[in-house]
Design a protein around this ligand. Sequence first.
Ligand SMILES: Nc1nc2c(ncn2[C@@H]2O[C@H](COP(=O)(O)OP(=O)(O)O)[C@@H](O)[C@H]2O)c(=O)[nH]1
Ligand SMILES: [Mg+2]
Length: 141
Amino acid sequence: MKKLLLIGTVSCGKTTLSQYLSGQDLVYKKTQALDVIGTAIDTPGEYLEHRAYMRNLMVLSADVDYVLFLMDPTQERFMYSPGHSASFPVPVIGVVTKIDIATPKQINDARQMLEIAGADPIFNISSYTGEGIPELLKYMG
Ligand SMILES: Nc1nc2c(ncn2[C@@H]2O[C@H](COP(=O)(O)OP(=O)(O)O)[C@@H](O)[C@H]2O)c(=O)[nH]1
Ligand SMILES: [Mg+2]
């Protein structure tokens, strides 16, 4: 399993995805601090939402194989800046979460936003149904 840094707004699905990837039970748990679940570093959403924390994300990413930009297509908020992925020293993969409850249009819009942020490639997943996760894991190797 690769080392990952999961980034995304509050409640976009970071903790649930890292629990899924590490085979843990899915239990709601608000991430208050950095949390290492299996080989994924789960970050509090506040890291992305407050610019002052961005530096911490950059430092953390030095030690991982991939950064994952997560995006919840049912949320209106878009926190990534255009070309954001270029500030990380490792490949940035886009992950559209919660596709079990999102409309096709919401999913497409989210994909476009992640593209603008520079994430490549981009996977659509659900941590509830597991859809899309085998493809993501296969890509990461
Ligand atoms: N329907 C659905 N809900 C999800 C999915 N992933 C997470 N959630 C729910 O979204 C909420 C926030 O998830 P969480 O992983 O804590 O988000 P985080 O703040 O990014 O760590 C929780 O109630 C999760 O159960 C998913 O794939 N589908
Ligand atoms: Mg969390």
